[in-house]
Design a protein around this ligand. Structure first.
Ligand code: HEC
Length: 111
């Protein structure tokens, strides 16, 4: 009986890992020219820091439409372009960035 439960969980786990790998590729090819990971601010903020303060959903939403969200994210202007990626690539890259920092500030912060 246990096997029946464990197998699907394992498959979900493997799939998530695959998405994170795909997301790393999306980052390297599309985001690394403006964002470092652990290298400090470049043109855009260090995505390791971003992963500490934002949900995966927020990262995905911003990557998809930075123009509309710049103000809500505290920027006075938007310099990040809207990249022509597929929905799955935005999700994968957000999962990858989100996976960088497992202990997130928003988990600790009391509302
Ligand atoms: C041409 C440079 C450039 C590229 C390419 C770029 N960004 Fe950005 N990004 C910026 C800048 C500049 C900001 C600061 C806000 C703004 O100008 O919109 C930003 C802000 C962000 C933020 C908001 C961070 C926060 O919490 O305040 C996220 C998330 C983000 N970028 C993700 C990505 C992802 C993911 C990619 C690749 C798919 C990417 N960016 C590609 C320049 C870039």
């Amino acid at each position: 009986m246990k096997k029946v439960i464990i197998l699907p969980l394992l498959l979900v786990g493997i799939e998530l890992m695959a998405d994170i790998k795909a997301g790393e590729k999306v980052y390297k090819e599309n985001c690394a020219i403006c964002h470092t990971i652990n290298g400090g601010s470049a043109l855009g903020p260090d995505l390791n820091i971003v992963s500490y303060t934002r949900h995966a959903q927020e990262i995905e939403a911003y990557a998809k439409d930075p123009y509309s969200l710049a103000e809500a994210f505290g920027y006075s202007a938007n310099a990040m372009p809207t990249l022509p990626l597929e929905d799955k690539q935005f999700k994968d890259v957000a999962d990858y960035i989100s996976s960088l920092q497992p202990f997130k500030k928003w988990m600790i912060k009391k509302k």
